[in-house]
Unconditional design. Structure first.
Length: 364
């Protein structure tokens, strides 16, 4: 049974009947099955018996993917990277955050594939993640977790939870139930709409030529207090298609060979929202004509097997923000932060399993 069913006869405060159960296990399908991380009920969920909590989400990920000791509950498969961000100073127009002063900031990060199975075979249709931690001399950080999708697939914690349960494969087919998928999408038109947008933007062949986006909106604050809604993206600079590879780790193997050959670069682009643009719904794109600021260049110079001391143990909490950047009204942000923390605590207590991708085993 799904984890919240075992002791809770209601779900989000609503009694469970057969139709709601079908909706709860409905499949969104394919590359949307599990993505940017867990989210939970945004209002009054801690200590409330019949509402979603971080613990329920952790158990739900394990119910869907199986328990995998020592790995992240989502985006389990990944590699650590490091490099630096060179700011050109242009971002100071909209924020006083130190990272946007002219100069260089060290960065640690992690490339990943969505899903809780650390040993799943690489597929180009699986969403790709890039988490980054920018570190400043005073000990503060800016952390961000991005996806290679144009929009997010859900705009509420409950919708994400319904879809998470939906992703559990049927034993006989290895795939989610297609009839339940139809029921889920009928109940969640925002996800159906987002899926059409995502389907119209097919992914690139590899990590190095992917554009990664924040998806959620944030407020950038100037020294005088002016607030501007911003979504950011990392746009690849002159990256060639990945070299031909094969095998269960083909996307990661290609990435490792590319970084070994030459540093990889992305432009950090700040897209400025207008008053009419939604800041509380990541399933809705902003108009393409919105003004964008080229704020500098991210350069990644090394790649490592996940291990103590690199990005393995970084919690890419989207609310670890420097002065000059603040959260928006997006209802997914606080729950993401809380469940990321719960996932970190859970895997920290577990026996570490060997990493799914070993950089040293990739032929040069």
């Amino acid at each position: 049974m799904p984890p919240s069913r075992q002791r809770r006869p209601t779900w989000g405060g609503v009694p469970l009947d057969r139709r709601r159960l079908l909706l709860g296990i409905a499949a969104v399908g394919g590359f949307l099955a599990v993505d940017l991380g867990a989210v939970a009920y945004a209002g009054g969920w801690i200590g409330t018996e019949h509402r979603l909590t971080p613990h329920i989400f952790i158990k739900a990920f394990e119910w869907v993917n199986g328990k995998q000791s020592g790995f992240r509950k989502n985006h389990a498969k990944g590699v650590a990277v490091s490099g630096y961000f060179d700011s050109n100073g242009n971002g100071r127009e909209v924020t006083h955050a130190a990272v946007f002063r002219s100069g260089r900031t060290p960065v640690r990060g992690r490339f990943s594939l969505a899903g809780g199975n650390a040993h799943a075979a690489d597929m180009t249709s699986t969403p790709r993640g890039l988490g980054l931690a920018f570190s400043f001399p005073d000990g503060t950080q800016w952390r961000t977790a991005m996806l290679n999708l144009p929009v997010f697939s859900d705009n509420s914690p409950q919708g994400f939870y319904d879809r998470l349960l939906a992703s559990k494969p049927r034993p006989d087919t290895g795939k989610p139930d297609p009839q339940a998928m139809a029921a889920f999408l009928a109940a969640h038109p925002e996800t159906a709409r987002a899926m059409k947008i995502i389907a119209a933007s097919p992914p690139s062949p590899g990590f190095a030529d992917s554009t990664f986006r924040s998806l959620n909106a944030f407020y950038f604050i100037t020294a005088s207090g002016t607030r501007t809604p911003v979504r950011w993206s990392l746009v690849p600079v002159g990256s060639a298609p990945p070299p031909p590879t094969s095998g269960p780790n083909e996307l990661f193997d290609a990435l490792i060979r590319q970084i070994r050959s030459d540093p990889l670069q992305w432009k950090l682009i700040l897209t400025l929202g207008a008053p009419s643009d939604p800041v509380d719904d990541a399933t809705l794109p902003w108009p393409a004509e919105r003004r964008a600021i080229d704020a500098g260049t991210l350069t990644l110079t090394s790649v490592e097997t996940e291990a103590p001391g690199n990005a393995r143990d970084i919690n890419f909490d989207p609310l670890v923000l420097p002065p000059g950047i603040e959260r928006s009204e997006d209802p997914l942000l606080s729950p993401r932060s809380a469940v990321y923390a719960a996932s970190y605590r859970s895997r920290a207590r577990e026996t570490k399993s060997p990493p799914a991708v070993n950089v040293d085993e990739v032929a040069r």
